[in-house]
Design a protein around this ligand. Structure first.
Ligand SMILES: Nc1nc2c(ncn2[C@@H]2O[C@H](COP(=O)(O)OP(=O)(O)O)[C@@H](O)[C@H]2O)c(=O)[nH]1
Ligand SMILES: [Mg+2]
Length: 383
């Protein structure tokens, strides 16, 4: 059987000091140990003035599976990886893309470990400094550790909370990754990245998660730079935060859920104000005031959800709208029942002084999930 191709992509800017050592290490030690993959090495150089590209050209005479792409202008590490990925897929027909640094901060021994995980069925392997066996460099000062830890947790939270990926991905800003091409990177839109700099890492991660990649973390003992200078820009923390927010803000699921929440809140306001209007202002009977105000809230919820939250699945024909509205009333009666039973029981247990406190809990943990489920799976079911 033909072996699949893995391309290790390394961006460089002024890395002449360690590039020869890296090339020799990968070519003479790492790649020969890997039997079931065809390994290639691709450098993307940001037109370094220190002669990194010339050195790589010299080494190309020694190794035929060494490729080099020189950018006209350096545009940032994210842009460099995108260019590298495109070339690896087109020219080398890559089945797997490995993101790697030039400075031995990513130990070359992690490459066969990542490949083994791909062999076992993973689509996306991430080197993590936060799981057992992984670590930050000992030489990092408090500030760098602090930013790395807090930045990682904040990015995780903003991008993924409360979903599975939030718990699964421990190191979202890691740079060591292996990505399956077929069905993932080849379908990924890389034209419109929010960041061409460091935060591209979050965007690739986010896109892979959305594409449903099977993710596996391996421990990464992140090393200290062996030579050369760090290119981490001072505004990296800001870049990470901004991109995490942008990704989440434009997430279709999140948008839908926020709309659903807003509509629910408006429904509550309609309910409360009309209850006051009917009962206190006009002086209707208690039961009639409750019934009318509840029904007005139901009408408000149905209308806003149909024309806004579930716009793509909305009903337009009058007969259909009426039928769905009756169905919506039926499911709303279910919510009413849940709220009444849970509210009564819990108030009985905790005492009536906690009534107002229990209400939001009942709504948040019982009514909201029930409604979200019913709206998505019954009323505005995907066609
Ligand atoms: N082509 C290119 N490479 C870059 C750029 N910025 C950083 N690099 C390289 O990307 C790798 C990672 O760099 P960086 O994430 O800044 O972290 P550092 O190791 O602390 O400097 C290194 O090999 C850098 O030389 C860039 O704008 N263009
Ligand atoms: Mg580095």
């Amino acid at each position: 059987m033909k072996r699949e191709t893995a391309v290790v992509v390394i961006p460089t800017f002024n890395e002449v000091g360690q590039t020869e050592k890296m090339i020799d290490h990968l070519m003479a030690k790492t790649f020969p140990e890997i039997k079931n993959w065809e390994c290639k090495l691709l450098y993307v150089d940001g037109n370094s003035p220190d002669g990194t590209a010339d050195l790589i050209r010299k080494k190309q005479k020694e190794y035929e599976n060494l490729d080099l792409l020189v950018e006209k202008n350096k545009e940032g590490i994210g842009a460099a990886y995108v260019k590298g990925f495109r070339r690896a897929m087109k020219k080398h027909k890559a089945d797997l893309l490995i993101e790697f640094d030039s400075d031995f901060q990513h130990p070359p021994e992690t490459i066969p470990v990542m490949l083994a995980e791909i062999d076992k069925g993973a689509d996306y392997v991430l080197g993590s400094r936060k799981i057992e066996g992984g670590s930050n460099p000992e030489g990092w000062g408090f500030k760098r550790v602090f930013f790395s830890e807090v930045g990682g947790i904040v990015a995780r939270f903003i991008m993924f909370f409360p979903f599975k990926s939030f718990f699964q991905i421990t190191d979202p800003t890691t740079g060591l990754k292996a990505s399956r091409v077929k069905g993932f990177v080849d379908t990924m839109d890389m034209d419109d990245l929010y960041s061409k700099k460091f935060a591209y890492k979050l965007e690739f991660l986010y896109k892979m998660v959305k594409l449903g990649a099977k993710i596996k973390e391996i421990p990464l003992k992140f090393g200290l730079r062996t030579a050369g200078e760090s290119k981490i820009a001072p505004d990296t923390a800001k870049d990470i935060f901004k991109i995490a927010v942008l990704l989440r803000w434009h997430d279709p699921f999140t948008r839908k859920f926020l709309k659903f929440g807003t509509v629910g809140f408006v429904g509550y306001l309609v309910n409360a104000s009309t209850l006051w209007f009917f009962a206190s202002f006009i002086g209707l009977a208690e039961w009639l005031s409750w019934a009318l105000s509840t029904e007005l809230a139901i009408i408000s919820n149905f209308t806003w959800n149909n024309f806004w939250t579930f716009k793509e699945d909305q009903f337009k024909e009058v007969s259909k709208v009426l039928g769905k509205f009756l169905q919506f009333n039926a499911t709303s009666a279910g919510a009413l029942l849940i709220q009444t039973v849970a509210g009564t029981v819990l108030t009985g247990i905790f005492g009536s002084q906690y009534r107002q406190l229990l209400l939001p809990f009942v709504i948040l943990f019982l009514v909201l999930p029930y409604n979200w489920f019913m709206y998505n799976k019954v009323i505005w079911k995907k066609k």
